[in-house]
Write a protein that binds this ligand. Structure first.
Ligand code: 5GP
Length: 197
């Protein structure tokens, strides 16, 4: 299988769009790729593992990390903090490894500003109704959180034009193909323009 070259990939999109599923599939097929595990103050959901899904930390610890300038970007998403480790991303990029970040739309905007050459991919289903239905079915949030998230989803969809690619995820197999294709076609573009760094 073709290997992903050194590059920064940022994926984003509304809740329930299937970002984590596509990201896990990509990581499974591409062991050369590293995933930046985010820090969060959100409580772990059933089955989530500290250090694998997220680093679950307290609000005090998160705020201490902000003051120490340890985040490349961070955002308050639905009342919880989420942040990307600056050290981890810098080390991966300087060692020439391809790295993938999965962040909310505010986080993606910050990363795109910091790394205009990153491969930014927005993932969403073809219709907002489908998105809301899928997200509600997931059932990981209580009703109040669901309402907050649906309002956010509507705002997030407006931002898709900031991204290099949009991947429509109605069918997982097709979405995975376009996801991988987007990454390789971006890698080719970078190659023509003299590489990532
Ligand atoms: P969840 O609570 O469903 O795991 O994540 C909520 C949102 O936070 C998702 O859109 C997810 O992609 C985003 N997120 C996860 N990690 C980070 C991060 O490090 N930074 C930012 N800005 N958003 C993140």
């Amino acid at each position: 299988m073709q290997k992903i070259p050194s590059m920064l990939i940022v994926i984003s999109g509304p809740s329930g769009a299937g970002k984590s599923t596509l990201r896990s599939m990509l990581l499974k097929n591409h062991p050369e790729l590293v995933y930046s595990v985010s820090y969060t103050t959100r409580k772990p959901r059933n089955g989530e593992i500290n250090g694998v899904d997220y680093y679950f930390i307290t609000k005090d610890k998160f705020e201490e990390m902000i003051s120490q300038n340890e985040f490349l970007e961070y955002a308050n998403v639905y009342g919880n903090y989420y942040g990307t480790s600056k050290k981890f991303v810098d080390e991966a990029l300087s060692s020439g490894k391809p790295i993938i970040l999965e962040v909310d739309v505010q986080g993606a905007e910050s990363i795109i500003k910091l790394y205009p050459q990153c491969c930014s991919i927005f993932i969403r289903p073809s219709s907002i109704e489908l998105l809301i239905e899928r997200f509600v079915k997931r059932g990981t949030e209580d009703l109040q959180d669901q309402k907050k998230r649906i309002e956010e989803i509507k705002k997030e969809l407006v931002k898709e034009k900031l991204f290099s690619y949009i991947v429509i995820n109605d069918n997982l197999t097709d979405a995975y193909k376009s996801f991988e294709n987007a990454i390789f076609s971006y890698a080719q573009r970078l190659n023509k323009n003299g590489g990532y760094r």
